[in-house]
Ligand binder design. Structure first.
Ligand SMILES: C[S@@+](CC[C@H](N)C(=O)[O-])C[C@H]1O[C@@H](n2cnc3c(N)ncnc32)[C@H](O)[C@@H]1O
Length: 278
């Protein structure tokens, strides 16, 4: 890492260790990353050369989901957990382009998201804000004063968990945490998830690639779990899955202007949206 990178790093930020948010930023073509992050990205690209396409497919999925929720589904409140660094097409921009009254709270545990997010995302603190909190402490998120200031939990909420649950290990109980959060939300709320997927014996070659990527993530970032279809579907227990169910991201209600090209990660990144029954 060059000295100038230390100089550029905001105070208090550790640029000696890679960060999930910054590696993902690199995959999306962003500039908020350091050499230590790019080294991880290069290792991941060796087993998944189309990882940037997968990241793009995830952002396109996010945009289609948020447009649907703010539009047809009539949702006015969005809680975006593991929101990541600001990028093109942020949740509040998409939601507020459909309905200017949409409230959006971004939550992330990485300080860099807070530094950049406060500057770029929280353009209007009365509708949009960024909170530093950890998904592994759901009560702290639900009770955070900035969350309760913008989110009325007596009304439906869209709980967005794009590319975050696979960063929780099994012993951290991502399913139990999701259930706890959904329990707190009013009937008519929604859960949207995108998640790394290991298709197992159905697609042996893809499965091997998923295991290799999982190994690299765990060695370099200390996190990453490519779960089975059954494990991912379990997040939606008790909820009504919207059509087309749990599918590779480009297959969820595709639109003509989607750009992501299907590649080898096509079957290793899936998503779904579900509604909490009234
Ligand atoms: C791959 S990025 C996804 C960003 C965005 N949601 C998207 O899908 O485009 C994952 C984000 O989750 C955050 N994250 C990972 N574990 C977390 C945790 N336990 N609590 C809060 N945020 C977490 C990371 O810091 C990172 O910004």
């Amino acid at each position: 890492m060059g000295d100038h990178e230390h100089e550029r790093a905001p105070q208090g930020m550790d640029t000696t260790k890679p960060s999930v948010a910054r590696v993902y930023d690199f995959m999306l073509g962003g500039k908020d990353n350091y050499e230590v992050d790019r080294q991880v990205a290069r290792r991941a690209l060796e087993v998944a050369p189309d990882a940037p396409e997968a990241a793009r497919a995830n952002r396109e999925f996010l945009a289609r989901v948020v447009r649907h929720l703010a539009g047809e589904a009539g949702i006015r409140q969005f809680l975006d957990l593991g929101s990541g660094l600001p990028t093109r097409g942020n949740v509040h921009e998409i939601a507020q382009s459909v309905t200017s009254r949409a409230h959006v709270v971004y939550v992330d545990h990485d300080p860099i998201v807070l530094v950049h997010g406060r500057a770029l995302l929280a353009v209007d603190d009365t509708t949009t804000t960024v909170v530093e909190a950890d998904l592994r402490e759901p009560e702290a998120i639900l009770g955070h004063p900035d969350v309760t200031r913008l989110i009325d939990f007596t009304e439906p909420v869209a709980l967005l968990m794009f590319a975050i649950l696979h960063h929780l290990a099994d012993h951290e109980d991502p399913g139990g945490i999701t259930a706890r959060l959904m329990d707190h939300l009013a009937p008519g709320s929604y859960l949207a998830v995108s998640h790394f997927h290991n298709p197992g014996e159905a697609l042996p070659e893809v499965s091997r690639q998923a295991y290799s990527a999982e190994k690299i993530f765990n060695e370099s970032l200390g996190t990453g779990r490519w779960r089975t279809r059954e494990e991912i579907l379990a997040y939606f227990d008790g909820l009504e899955l919207l059509e087309p169910g749990l599918v590779p991201l480009p297959e969820w209600r595709p639109e003509a202007d989607d750009l992501a090209e299907p590649g080898i990660t096509y079957h290793t990144f899936v998503g779904a949206v579900a509604r909490k029954p009234r």
